[in-house]
Design a protein. Structure first.
Length: 317
């Protein structure tokens, strides 16, 4: 009979939690007698607090105010939008969020029955994890690692500067021109924020509509409101006389040389964080099943497929 080898560990816990977004809410007073490990390689609070739904909505509010100021004449009100103080908006948002994240980190470090490991987690055995060179094990392991941005394999993308939703809200200055590759809800939010505050925004979507994951009627209506002429999927990004240009089908979107601050943002579907490390722990892959009419068809993933292009410019007074 073959004896199973038990991995040698540096510490054993009643519970290991990977991720401090929703995972951070698991620990309650009923667990005061437990020995718990929390593993987090980034900011405490996860995607939602630091780079997701909370900061994005805090940016959307001033964007809405700017848009309403432009539209005052429709309601018989003499209002206008002059300019956005982008650094002040960023400070208002993250000046509130960052202390919350740091406070959550400090609080977990202070709990006597909780050990915090600020490293990536890698499974090396059943319920056994490597964190920064140390091996820990647990009776129970909760994977609450959330999602991370996925950068698509577009030719030339590695030779030009770009942002994702992870950092686009923390850029120091408001760009004059922004190209967004992708047409999901994050692209919709960020295009609204930046265009309302004064940026010339171009959205390139690989597919026939924007917001493809939403209800077909909503997706079609949103595309009609936001879109310019139909064009093609993004195929290539390359440096040019301007900082860079994006080629889609037979056309190109290029930042004019006269523009002093230009940015490229990637908005593809998110991937789970550390998915390769997490899967051996539960042995199953989770998939989101969409109705047939909401699934991207073969054309959506074909670089030559017809796509939607939206051009959002600051509205003139």
């Amino acid at each position: 009979m073959t004896r199973q080898t038990v991995p040698v560990t540096d510490a054993h816990y009643d519970l290991i939690i990977i991720g401090t977004g929703s995972g951070n809410s698991i620990i309650g007073p009923e667990m005061d007698g437990w020995r718990i490990a929390v593993v987090e390689r980034g900011a405490f609070g996860g995607t939602c607090l630091n780079r997701g739904c909370i900061p994005s909505k805090m940016f959307i509010h001033p964007a809405d105010l700017a848009l309403q100021a432009r539209d005052g004449a429709r309601f018989g009100i003499d209002t206008s939008f002059q300019r956005a103080d982008w650094p002040a908006i960023v400070e208002r948002v993250f000046g509130r969020i960052d202390p919350i994240a740091e406070g959550g980190r400090r609080y977990r470090h202070e709990l006597p029955h909780v050990d915090v490991y600020e490293h990536s987690a890698h499974f090396v055995g059943e319920r056994t994890i490597d964190v920064g060179g140390r091996r820990i094990s647990g009776d129970q392991v909760v994977i609450a690692a959330g999602a991370r941005s996925f950068v698509p394999a577009i030719s030339g993308l590695d030779r030009v500067p770009f942002h994702t939703s992870d950092d686009i809200m923390r850029v120091p200055n408001l760009p004059e021109h922004l190209i967004i590759l992708g047409g999901g809800f994050i692209a919709a939010e960020m295009s609204h924020v930046f265009s309302s505050l004064g940026t010339d925004v171009t959205v390139l979507q690989r597919g026939p509509r924007l917001l493809m994951a939403e209800d077909r009627d909503i997706s079609a209506a949103f595309t009609r409101i936001a879109s310019g002429p139909s064009s093609r999927a993004s195929e290539r990004v390359r440096p040019s006389n301007a900082p860079f240009e994006v080629t889609y089908g037979t056309k190109s979107a290029q930042f004019p040389p006269s523009v002093t601050l230009q940015m490229l943002m990637i908005d593809p579907p998110p991937r789970r964080r550390d998915a390769d490390a997490a899967e051996p722990a539960h042995g199953a892959r989770h998939q989101r099943h969409l109705p047939e009419d909401r699934r991207p068809d073969a054309r959506t993933h074909d670089p030559d497929a017809a796509g939607a292009v939206a051009r959002l410019r600051p509205r003139q007074q």
